[in-house]
Design a protein around this ligand. Structure first.
Ligand code: PXP
Length: 263
């Protein structure tokens, strides 16, 4: 029995495509492979700056997906209007800053309480269930419930960064997370704390009747920690899956080209 849903975030395929502004790799091919390979859900993020997923991708994915589509979006009015028109299976409200590389923290449901409430209302008017991508805290769970969300997605970025800083060669590379360059015992303590926060938030959200998802930075090494938390019923994972696919597919891709370039 499997009571964990895997949402596969295919934005990263569009990142590669946009680097060349050609239709290669084709996002619909990624959709097809994801559905055929057991993805329970497709997750995409229509960013305000359209750096990867484009409006036409959202429409095409909605038209062809064999599994539910979880559309991530900011609380920007223009984006919300598009999402309301498209009516995905679910909308996940996320914070968005143009200068960030990826979604670097959860949605601040306290400072932007009114805007989030308005966004939820607009999406509900279009019969779209709403998830809020929030940092794991008891207060954020309660606020999410009060605001009328059906679901929360716990931001696992801090946990993932701590895990990678503690267990991999990351601290010795130029991708080190500078603010986490700490002694190992301290990283260990912080990792425990962050797992506690995720666990306690998941339990609390569950008690409040919210569905609980988690995502950001999860990979082949750290995902087992999320599997231990029964209240989490969905994981949304992108970067590590697409990164892994380069290496599971590179050999065949080179061999195929080698065949074509052999006289
Ligand atoms: N969930 C949400 C809400 C996200 O914004 C992202 C990143 O786009 C993910 C999950 C997936 O994160 P990652 O690509 O690090 O696996």
């Amino acid at each position: 029995m499997n009571n964990m849903k895997l949402g596969v975030n295919i934005d990263h395929v569009a990142v590669l495509r946009e680097a060349r502004v050609v239709n290669d790799p084709d996002i619909l091919q990624a959709l097809y492979v994801a559905c055929e390979s057991g993805a329970d859900q497709i997750t995409i993020h229509l960013r305000e700056d359209r750096r990867h997923i484009q409006d036409s991708d959202v429409k095409n994915i909605m038209a062809h997906s064999k599994v539910p589509v979880n559309l991530e979006c900011s609380i920007n009015k223009e984006i919300l209007n598009i999402v309301s028109d498209i009516a995905p299976h679910r909308a996940t409200l996320v914070p968005e800053k143009r200068e960030e590389v990826t979604t670097e923290g959860g949605l601040d449901v306290f400072t932007y309480e009114d805007e989030v409430a308005f966004a939820i209302e607009q999406l509900h008017d279009s019969i779209i269930p709403v998830s809020l991508f929030v940092d794991p805290s008891i207060e954020a769970m309660e606020k999410s419930k009060d605001l009328g969300a059906e679901m929360v997605e716990l931001h696992t970025g801090t946990f993932s960064n701590l895990f990678n800083m503690l267990n991999s060669s990351l601290p010795h590379s130029n991708h080190s997370v500078k603010e986490m360059e700490l002694p190992r015992y301290r990283l260990s303590e912080l990792l425990e704390e962050s797992l506690e926060q995720i666990k306690n938030s998941a339990v609390h959200a569950n008690k409040l009747g919210l569905e609980v998802a988690a995502g950001h930075g999860l990979n082949y090494h750290n995902v087992h920690e999320m599997m231990k938390i029964e209240e989490i019923v969905e994981l949304n994972i992108g970067q590590s899956i697409i990164a892994r696919s380069v290496f599971t597919g590179l050999k065949d891709a080179i061999k195929e080209m080698k065949k074509l370039t052999t006289r």
